[in-house]
Design a protein around this ligand. Structure first.
Ligand code: ATP
Length: 877
């Protein structure tokens, strides 16, 4: 059906709809019949594929090879298959856990995307409401305005200067002006190309200017977007910088390990002097042990899980992460550039003061020039600034609905934050009257006249000064000031072009509205400062209003400056680069100034967050390291490019997210340090034992420690609460590597420490069995070494609750970690004590005395690490 070739009345008829919308009942039926308005997402990875990906890991391949060789050996020597079974079981458990964790993390992120799901303004049963875009049906009447993403294909019924950007469909990035007129096909023409269907809007495009009412003609896969959806590549969530660094690290480790394995294998063979099968096999098993010991199997999974738990936590605190990278970057944030209205303030406007003509006259003009509506019950719906005006008029007896009846709106030039004005033209009995409202400094430049006692007088310098004086006095009291002017037309103006309308105005007056600051923001700003983060206010409002609020909040202090967009424009890049550090407030800015401000900070190396809501804010949000969209007042356009969306539009939420970001990164580092430290001690133990000529632990033992004993505590470390000083230290350096802040050293010495304890335990075990201090293979020694290593890891995980702080002074408990420790402890004891398992692992049963020795040795990691931390703290003080 070519809806664009018919007039709007016909379209409505065909779709069985009307301007007052469908009924809720009808809409529900249609939804049931035709399904949700959604593009079918590309199929996710299949379970099998995920499984295959887990098993394709080089480390797993080595293990499988080891299992195969052990298997062959068992057949040849008529031995037990215990090794093979254990290795295969561990590989299987590992892969299943990996798949499970990966899907769970993905689900968590999908759930978040649902939270940020798009909504549309729809008219049903004659009333406008906001519904989830996926519930739209054909025939629904939708209202579109600047910043909206078009939710479905629709035929335009009413339009006020509507412009849409349709690049996703047509490749044309210049916005197209939309009309309501029917399109006629020329003779012989069978259809018009999509880009020329000026009376239609399509899913996947965005409204960049104006307003419109339209009727939905197609939803979901029936839309033009749906038809090409197959060709769309789903945007893939990339890895975060940390995850990339870790992938690189494990690649390097893998190569290194393979190199070392080959070397050890060669040394062993040369040492044996002959090429006999048994030596080759023994050497191979040592090489495999080393490989198992060195590769941090659980690491990737732990990082993914901690990130996904963190993201879920953040959403509970109203910060919805749209790009996983933001979690890490948040922890490094050094500058937060924030809008004023709605983010720092409550965006609940009330007119409290006015200047100029009589209040009745002024409020009536402003109410008519407003898109907010007065409902039957006396309440007002609409954007807060607009609503405040209608409410004000209504308070002094000017009912907007009555005003509308006597002066219906015939034309309009919508508000845009670049122009900072909005105009409407209304029909009166014999002529037309235009009202323009907007920022006083702008409106005043368009006024050639003013009204005094009902008399039209030419604007004088003196009167202009009086107006500016009144404006300043309101702004200094932190009021948001709007000016209003009027213009009489004998004929209806020929176009709704703003430039044509907005001149030769007659000044009517000013109104000042309060917008109280959000109560929690002051504390959040103080917290920012303590955390080494610089808050900067950027607003479209007047500089005096902005400065008054910034002072109240503590953003403007210590001789920092408030600068206007015009002043900013006068500075060249060199001058700005010199001064930007000292500027805390930017007022009367244009959206493009925001990009310049972000870039100035970023070019100087600061990690910068930037909030935005308007349709023109997308470039600056994109330019920022952390682009923040507004969940309530924000446009779809800004939300779509944002890294994070604030569900409550609140500045304090950003600061909360920064804290959460810092905590998550800390915890991931704790888990990394713990796991790598454990690998280090395993490698060193195997290495020294091989040098001394005995086998301390078998590959299956190391596998057990890596995948069972280590995994639970590492995950539990990921849930560690924030350390008390987390918002009292400077932001982390974004460029710092994984091993920054002495973590490399910590891993090394802690690895050596555990190795030493394990070796001692081995020899004691051997001694307690035989009464000899000899260097030789000993099942008793191996069992003791295993117990000590497992237990030391468990105790060491307690150390890792803080990299440098004493664990006795954390003031918090990590019950999950205690639980994980108990589980790991039980698992370790079980493999040593349950005869069937112990046999399979080649353990001998240990006497209580021996067990106690192993336990005591392993507990030593706590006091020793505490001591080193104490020395470290003292030396950095
Ligand atoms: P922020 O950037 O902090 O959200 P803001 O809401 O004041 O501040 P804009 O929405 O760009 O920024 O508004 C800029 C100026 O335009 C306002 O200070 C006001 O003078 C004027 N203005 C705002 N809304 C309207 C409106 N609906 N009609 C006419 N003028 C408006």
């Amino acid at each position: 059906m070519k809806y664009y070739c018919e007039d709007s009345q016909q379209v409505l008829q065909e779709l069985n709809s009307q301007k007052s919308g469908l009924t809720e009942k009808e809409a529900a039926e249609r939804l049931l019949q035709n399904g949700a308005n959604e593009l079918k997402a590309a199929k996710g990875k299949s379970l099998l594929r995920r499984f295959a990906e887990q098993v394709a890991d080089p480390m797993i391949v080595i293990l499988l090879a080891a299992a195969a060789i052990s298997g062959v050996l068992a057949v040849l020597e008529n031995d037990s298959f215990a090794d093979v079974i254990i290795i295969l079981a561990v590989v299987l458990i590992n892969a299943v856990l990996g798949v499970y964790q990966e899907s769970k993390a993905e689900k968590a992120i999908e759930a978040l995307q649902d939270m940020a799901a798009a909504t549309s303004k729809v008219v049903r049963d004659g009333k406008m409401s906001s519904i989830l875009s996926k519930d739209l049906v054909v025939g629904d009447i939708i209202c579109l305005e600047a910043g909206d993403a078009v939710p479905a294909d629709a035929r335009i019924l009413e339009s006020a200067s509507l412009k849409a950007e349709e690049a996703a469909l047509t490749g044309e990035s210049v916005p197209v002006t939309k009309l309501i007129d029917q399109i006629f096909l020329a003779d012989g023409e069978r259809d018009v190309p999509l880009g020329d269907r000026k009376n239609m809007v399509y899913m996947g495009s965005t409204i960049v200017y104006g307003r419109a009412v339209a009727v939905v003609t197609a939803t979901g896969m029936d839309t033009e977007m749906g038809k090409i959806a197959d060709a769309l590549s789903q945007a893939q969530e990339g890895q975060t910088p940390l995850q990339r660094k870790l992938t690189q690290l494990s690649k390097v480790l893998t190569k290194l390990v393979i190199g070392i394995c080959v070397l050890v294998f060669a040394i062993q063979m040369i040492r044996a002097g002959s090429l006999n099968f048994e030596v080759a096999l023994n050497s191979f098993m040592i090489a495999v042990s080393l490989a198992v010991a060195a590769i941090p199997e659980g690491l990737a999974a732990v990082v993914t899980v901690v990130l996904s738990i963190g993201v879920t936590n953040m959403s509970k605190r109203n910060a919805i992460i749209r790009r996983l990278t933001a979690v890490e970057t948040l922890g490094c944030a050094q500058v937060i550039c924030s809008d004023k209205t709605g983010t720092l303030t409550q965006n609940q406007m009330t007119v409290v003061d006015s200047f100029g003509v009589k209040e009745q006259e002024l409020s009536a003009a402003m109410a008519l020039c407003s898109d907010a509506e007065l409902d039957a019950d006396g309440s007002v719906t609409g954007e807060p600034t607009e609503a405040a005006l209608v409410a004000w008029a209504s308070r002094i007896g000017q009912d907007k609905n009555l005003l509308k009846q006597s002066m219906p709106r015939v034309l309009e030039a919508p508000f845009d934050s670049g122009r900072k004005m909005m105009s409407t033209v209304h029909k009166r009995k014999d002529d037309y009257i235009q009202f323009t409202k907007g920022a006083p400094d702008v409106v005043l430049t368009r006024c050639g006249f003013y009204l005094e006692d009902g008399q039209l007088l030419p604007m004088t310098e003196e009167y202009r000064k009086k107006v500016l004086q009144a404006n300043k006095s309101m702004a200094d009291r932190a009021l948001r000031v709007l000016a209003c002017g009027q213009r009489v037309w004998t004929k209806k103006p020929e176009s709704e072009d703003a430039d044509l309308l907005e001149q030769e105005l007659c000044f009517l007056g000013l109104c000042g509205m309060i917008d109280p600051v959000r109560p929690e923001v002051k504390a959040a700003i103080d917290e920012c400062r303590e955390a080494g983060i610089r808050p900067v206010m950027i607003t479209g409002d007047h500089v005096d209003t902005a400065a008054a609020i910034a002072k109240e909040l503590g953003i403007l202090q210590d001789g920092s400056l408030a600068v206007t967009g015009a002043e900013l424009e006068k500075m060249d890049d060199a001058e700005f680069a010199e001064k930007f550090r000292n500027i805390s407030v930017y007022a009367r800015v244009q959206p493009e100034h925001k990009t310049r401000i972000v870039n100035a900070w970023r070019n100087a190396g600061y990690v910068t967050a930037m909030t935005g809501d308007g349709v023109n804010d997308a470039p600056s949000i994109k330019a920022a390291d952390i682009g923040i969209g507004m969940g309530i007042t924000g446009t779809d356009v800004t939300k779509n490019v944002a890294d994070m969306v604030l569900a409550d539009d609140n500045f304090a939420t950003i600061v909360g997210a920064v804290e959460e970001g810092r905590r998550i990164y800390d915890n991931i580092r704790k888990a990394i340090q713990f796991l790598l430290g454990s690998n280090m001690s395993e490698v060193l133990s195997i290495f020294f034992a091989t040098l001394l000529g005995f086998t301390i632990l078998q590959p299956v033992h190391l596998l057990w420690i890596n995948l069972v004993t280590d995994c639970f505590p590492a995950l539990a470390l990921g849930t560690e609460k924030a350390e008390p000083n987390i918002m009292k230290r400077k932001p982390r350096d974004a460029k710092a590597g994984i091993f920054a802040d002495g973590m490399g050293f910590d891993i090394a010495y802690q690895g050596f420490l555990v190795t030493a304890l394990v070796m001692v335990s081995y020899f004691i075990g051997h001694f307690m069995e035989t009464g000899e201090w000899t260097i030789t293979n000993s099942a008793h020694g191996t069992t003791m070494a295993f117990v000590t290593m497992s237990m030391a890891e468990i105790f060491h995980s307690m150390n890792m609750r803080s990299q440098r702080g004493s664990i006795f002074k954390l003031g918090s408990r990590n019950w999950l970690l205690l639980g994980a420790a108990v589980v790991s402890l039980l698992a370790t004891t079980a493999v040593c004590e349950i005869p069937l398992l112990a046999g399979a692992f080649g353990f001998t049963s240990v006497e209580p005395a021996e067990y106690l020795v192993a336990l005591l040795l392993s507990v030593l990691v706590i006091p020793i690490v505490e001591l080193v931390k104490w020395i470290q703290r003292r030396s950095t003080r």
